[in-house]
Design a protein around this ligand. Structure first.
Ligand SMILES: Cc1cc2nc3c(=O)[nH]c(=O)nc-3n(C[C@H](O)[C@H](O)[C@H](O)COP(=O)(O)OP(=O)(O)OC[C@H]3O[C@@H](n4cnc5c(N)ncnc54)[C@H](O)[C@@H]3O)c2cc1C
Length: 669
């Protein structure tokens, strides 16, 4: 048990190991679950105290806290989110299965999980939740809080919650770690695990300039931010607002400034299955634009009619062989053509096998033609392939054009802004149809192929052979951006709502390649796709802040760089040189890497701000999720280190004041 006033390894309790976990969001508490699962095997009997530090309640943490608008939703379905390892998990520690989000809701409904919640909205949501529902973030908060309570109950260690932020951590001469909280309290611990999650950053030069311009002219500028935390109250009703970005942050923004201001969606009076928007009069006029000029593709509502296609062009094995046989790896040159081929293979397999009525020849005839064209490694721009597809697939909407899918309004020119509005609305309607109608389930096959490609690419993403540009730009930014645009867009109902808002005149579309200029005492937005411009006194950059450890607004992260305990990832070769902004951690156990390339003896870091690949989303059941593997490895490494430290002779010195009375703790399990 924790003893008040105990220092690290010892001063009053020789064997106790003190571990600080900084951040109690999904990754921090996921790590605790793995700590509990592995402790009996690796460190049975080890007296361990875990200090869990987060200003927000553990489980949900900041992003998934309960205190946020009930209108904001998870972007994953209830069946697609789990916090538990399962039979697919390739981990060294024990698998400890548990319910996915939908299974948890079912258990709550059955009464086998008791939930200390009396909020009627949440209880109503649990009662109605289906596997394909997109739950509210507040419901996810309850699942995560329950998961946390369960993890702590299974952890043979004391857990002390500190409702505070870590400002910095310093190395003591005897290697103990001094953790300074913003309350002025200092914890002295043996080991630190950072699970800081998403952090903001100091304004980039362009954002600082726009902010200064806005301040000078009495305008409003909202820089990239977490939409739930942004100050939107100051955006006046009825005013035009230019919104740069049409991704998920723009969806959240639109929800908060419309329904969040009292507007309502109702079934359309024309009984055509559409929604109408009834304004409250308090909404601003939102003008949405971006590079693509359209929202992310809708989530898919159909089911596959044929078995999933074989991974003929890209798989983990193919990726491994490619990696082994290449001196350098370029995502664009070596990998993307294979993924593009696999996407087309998966798509057309479903179209031809699942919907023979939509094509002119059977799959057994078309497959060899497709295979031959795709094998030439220049698949998606090959004119001959296009001709073969046109001959076999009569309906143009059934033909897959990867370039068009990515940039649907490239080169588009409207003669008026009204025409542009019609065109974007028509595009959204078609997208919704293609992604929900059973006869277009090939869009689901495309999604599946893309998802598998993401997983399969994960097996070589750590290779040292990647070119610098591939590592910094292609893999870290563009590929994930492409994946999100195609496969991680909003639920269909959000696009139905966007259409209703557009018809109601509350939302307008600016077009692709939107350019915003700060001039003549206002902001002006224009696009080559339509004549004219939109003037506004409010500009919102609707996207998350860019990751940058060096300029993070999180002092704990920034001070890692400033004190030399950690280092930002820098990549360079003969053609590219730059920083990814991410903190370097050692593959395998997520130890911090110091500027001299050594592994920090006492600190570990997990999550989206590190250079560990692809761990920025919730895990799907039965997918051998990367973050579970990493959590397990790190928990085992922390336990092994703890056991080794507990065997060292006790160090003397000032242990700092870590008494329970002094740290403002929330409780001891
Ligand atoms: C707005 C948003 C929406 C998302 N929606 C989805 C979705 O729908 N589906 C999906 O799969 N993924 C989604 N994601 C991806 C997201 O990465 C994961 O869902 C998850 O939040 C990551 O967990 P984490 O613990 O690493 O980070 P976070 O959730 O960010 O948690 C980190 C925690 O660390 C705490 N912390 C940070 N600094 C300190 C400090 N100095 N001292 C103490 N505590 C600190 C924070 O308060 C926070 O609670 C979303 C991400 C964002 C930002």
């Amino acid at each position: 048990m924790f003893v008040a006033g105990t220092g690290p390894r010892g001063d009053r309790c020789a064997m106790t190991i003190q571990l600080a976990v900084v951040g109690a969001g999904p990754r921090g508490v996921g790590f605790l679950e793995r700590l509990a699962a592995n402790l009996p095997q690796l460190a049975a009997g080890l007296p361990l105290v875990v200090h869990l530090v987060d200003p927000h309640p553990p489980g949900g943490g900041r992003i998934w806290r309960r205190e946020q608008s009930a209108l904001l939703k998870l972007n994953s379905t209830a069946a697609d989110v789990t916090m538990f390892t399962d039979g697919s998990s390739t981990i060294d520690g024990p698998v400890a299965p548990g319910p996915s989000l939908i299974e948890w809701a079912e258990e709550v409904r059955r009464g086998s999980i008791a939930l200390p919640v009396d909020d009627p909205a949440l209880l109503g949501e649990i009662a109605d939740l289906a596997p394909a529902s997109f739950p509210t973030r507040r419901l996810q908060s309850e699942y995560l809080a329950w998961f946390y309570r369960r993890a702590v109950a299974g952890l043979p260690a004391a857990v002390v919650e500190h409702a505070a932020s870590v400002v910095r951590v310093d190395d003591r001469a005897d290697d103990a770690q001094l953790v300074t909280l913003d309350t002025g309290v200092t914890l002295v611990v043996d080991v630190v695990l950072y699970a800081l999650g998403h952090t903001g950053s100091a304004p980039e030069p362009e954002h600082a300039r726009l902010g200064e311009f806005a301040a000078r002219h009495g305008l409003r500028y909202v820089a990239p931010a977490f939409t739930a935390d942004a100050d939107l109250a100051a955006i006046p009703a009825g005013e035009p607002v230019i919104v740069r970005g049409m991704g998920l942050a723009a969806v959240d923004l639109t929800v908060l400034l419309t329904e969040g201001r009292g507007g309502r969606f109702v079934p359309s009076a024309s009984f055509d299955g559409q929604l109408d928007y009834l304004p409250s009069g308090r909404e601003p006029r939102l003008h949405l634009g971006s590079r693509r000029g359209v929202p992310y593709h809708s989530k898919i509502g159909s089911s596959l009619a044929a078995p999933v296609a074989a991974r003929r062009f890209f798989s983990a094995d193919i990726a491994a062989r490619l990696e082994a046989s290449s001196d350098t790896l370029s995502f664009r040159r070596h990998v993307w053509p294979l993924i593009a081929a696999q996407l087309q293979w998966g798509y057309y397999h479903e179209l031809f096998v699942g919907h023979p009525e939509s094509v002119r020849v059977p799959w057994r005839d078309f497959a060899p033609v497709l295979e031959r064209h795709l094998d030439d490694r220049r698949p998606h721009d090959a004119a001959r392939l296009r001709a073969a597809v046109e001959a076999a697939v009569p309906n143009p909407v059934d033909r897959l054009d990867l370039d068009l899918l990515d940039r649907p309004f490239a080169g588009y020119r409207a003669s008026s802004r009204a025409e542009l509005q019609d065109a974007v609305r028509e595009y959204i309607r078609t997208d919704l149809h293609l992604r929900s109608a059973p006869q277009h389930s090939a869009t689901l096959a495309l999604f599946t192929a893309l998802l598998y490609s993401l997983f399969d690419l994960g097996s070589i993403v750590d290779s040292p052979k990647w070119t610098a540009a591939s590592r910094a730009v292609d893999l870290g930014r563009d590929w994930l951006g492409y994946f999100s645009f195609i496969a991680s867009g909003p639920p269909a109902h959000r696009l139905d709502e966007l259409l209703a808002l557009s018809r109601a005149g509350v939302v307008g579309f600016l077009g692709p390649d939107v350019a915003v200029v700060a001039e003549r005492g206002g902001f002006t937005a224009s696009s080559p796709a339509a004549p004219g411009e939109v003037r506004a006194c409010v500009l919102v950059d609707a996207r998350l802040p860019t990751t940058s450890a060096r300029t993070s607004d999180n002092p704990a992260l920034r001070s890692l760089i400033e004190t030399g305990a950690g280092v930002e990832e820098h990549v360079s070769d003969e053609t590219f040189s730059g920083s990814t902004g991410r903190l370097v951690v050692r593959r395998g156990d997520a130890r911090l890497i110091t500027p001299d390339g050594a592994a920090h003896p006492r600190r570990f870091a997990i999550g989206p701000y590190t250079n560990a690949p692809f761990v920025g989303a919730f895990s799907r059941p039965r997918t051998d999720a990367v973050s579970f593997r990493e959590n397990d490895r790190v928990a085992r490494a922390v336990l092994s280190l703890s056991v080794a430290l507990s065997a060292l002779p006790a160090a003397g010195g000032d242990a700092g004041d870590t008494s329970l009375e002094s740290v403002g703790h929330r409780g001891v399990a």
